[in-house]
Design a protein around this ligand. Structure first.
Ligand SMILES: Cc1cc2nc3c(=O)[nH]c(=O)nc-3n(C[C@H](O)[C@H](O)[C@H](O)COP(=O)(O)OP(=O)(O)OC[C@H]3O[C@@H](n4cnc5c(N)ncnc54)[C@H](O)[C@@H]3O)c2cc1C
Length: 408
């Protein structure tokens, strides 16, 4: 079979490997000068390739979309992915949080080994080819710096990614092309992203770039102080930015914040002392106030970092109460009003994409037979922790196997 893969990210390259290993003729096209740029970018912060938790817990991270992904993820599981890495010569290890990383944390060495394997399997890679649609039936059309080209196919795999960090190639421009073919798309939106907060000038000037160490973040309320639902608390170090907040615990709440922002402003709450209960904190605040202490000195003596003290001031319009119980209550749940999610350009991933009604159980487009959609361009989302890459590898793997099976 002659198979064309468009998109040389993890999903597309995995599909190419499985197909070429099964003896098919495979060509991969990508619009950037080099393949897998987002994968390389992911490696810059330490490539978290998958997660080691039990498979049912793992699948739960995909929320309602797990029902569409579970067969692919069970078919090429986190253990399979670790074995695959090892087969490439890159051993992985499980970090303290259960996350799985290559031993050197990097993506580039693994990508090099992978491309070598793909070349040995006869996979041809065409860079600087932007897919623009179809030219007649069974021919994909590409724009290149030297003119338009077409590629005939028996089967095609689209692995075009989402729309975050568009400068690495995943620009989401494919959405319109597929809509014109009758494919339903849920618009791509930022996921695992920061949030916008209207900080005071003092906060921005003094604390932009600083982490709030060892905090716990919950989504507290939407438009009034009524709880939106049971808050889920995420521990970590949210980071103050000039325009809001970033970091793991914020990304983890992005999906809920997005859903609730539709109803009005959302308040998140930051617990500055997640390891102390209210009474212990109140006692500490009561016992440590010297007669001549300024508020700043008192808070410092109680272990409130300057950035935490500034959060308390932001929340009270710089009118911090003097009563230890009131300060303890505030420090256990500093309210921060979120006005928006940050833009998709700097998000880790995107939500939305090709809807589940538009593909069959093998990720084949219902409207365009013999064309499959895999990876982040499908309509699922997941938190950081290795779940993103795993679903991309697994869906690429599953679609490739389905293509091979259809040829028997
Ligand atoms: C900063 C950052 C850190 C991350 N860290 C992690 C992590 O540690 N762990 C994790 O699990 N996930 C991480 N991710 C997410 C992960 O990298 C992505 O989910 C994953 O790369 C998506 O894979 P994909 O193959 O679906 O698409 P992509 O990797 O986005 O690849 C899509 C490819 O399609 C090409 N393309 C798009 N449109 C066209 C077109 N019209 N014609 C031709 N080619 C086209 C693009 O150039 C691109 O190469 C991170 C993401 C970012 C931005």
């Amino acid at each position: 079979m002659n198979v064309v893969v468009v998109g040389a990210g993890p999903a597309g390259l995995m599909a190419a490997e499985v197909l070429a290993s099964a003896g098919h003729t495979v060509a991969v096209y990508d619009q950037r000068r080099s393949p897998a740029r987002k994968f390389v970018l992911a490696g810059r912060g330490g490539l978290n390739i998958t997660h080691s938790e039990p498979i049912d817990d793992f699948l739960a991270r995909y929320g309602p979309e797990r029902q569409h992904l579970k067969s692919a993820i069970r078919g090429f599981s986190p253990e399979d992915l670790r074995e695959w890495c090892s087969g490439l010569g890159h051993e992985t290890f499980i970090g303290t949080s259960g996350r799985v990383f290559p031993e050197d944390f990097r993506a580039v060495p693994m990508l090099r080994s992978w491309l070598r394997r793909l070349r040995a399997l006869g996979v041809r890679l065409h860079t600087q080819h932007t897919w623009v649609g179809w030219d007649g039936e069974s021919q994909l059309a590409f724009a290149t710096p030297t003119g338009d080209v077409v590629a005939p196919y028996d089967a095609a795999v689209l692995a075009l990614g989402g729309a975050s960090w568009p400068k690495v190639g995943s620009d989401g421009l494919w959405q319109q092309t597929l809509i014109e073919q009758g494919v339903e798309i849920r618009p791509l939106q930022a996921a695992n992203c920061g949030v916008g907060v209207d900080w005071s000038d003092v906060m921005v000037e003094r604390f932009a770039g600083e982490p709030v160490k060892n905090a716990a973040v919950a989504v507290a309320s939407s438009d009034s102080d009524a709880p939106v639902d049971e808050p889920i608390v995420v521990r970590g170090d949210p980071i103050i930015t000039r325009t809001g907040l970033e970091g793991g615990p914020i990304y983890a709440h992005a999906r809920r914040i997005r859903e609730h922002l539709g109803r009005g402003p959302v308040t998140i709450s930051i617990d500055l002392f997640p390891d102390l209960d209210f009474h212990a904190l109140e006692e500490r605040l009561s016992s440590k106030r010297g007669n001549r202490d300024t508020t700043a000195k008192w808070l410092k003596r109680c272990g409130v970092a300057p950035v935490g003290a500034s959060l308390l001031r932001e929340a009270t319009g710089n009118e911090l109460p003097r009563d230890p119980a009131a300060v303890a209550e505030l420090a256990k749940a500093v309210p921060v009003v979120v006005r928006a999610l940050s833009g998709i350009d700097r998000a880790i991933s995107s939500a939305g994409g090709v809807t589940w009604d538009s593909v069959d159980e093998n990720f084949q487009l219902v409207a365009v037979p013999n064309v499959y959609a895999v990876g982040e361009m499908l309509d699922w989302e997941a938190p950081t922790g290795g779940y993103l890459l795993q679903a991309c590898f697994s869906t690429g793997h599953a679609a490739a196997n389905a293509i091979s099976a259809s040829n028997r």
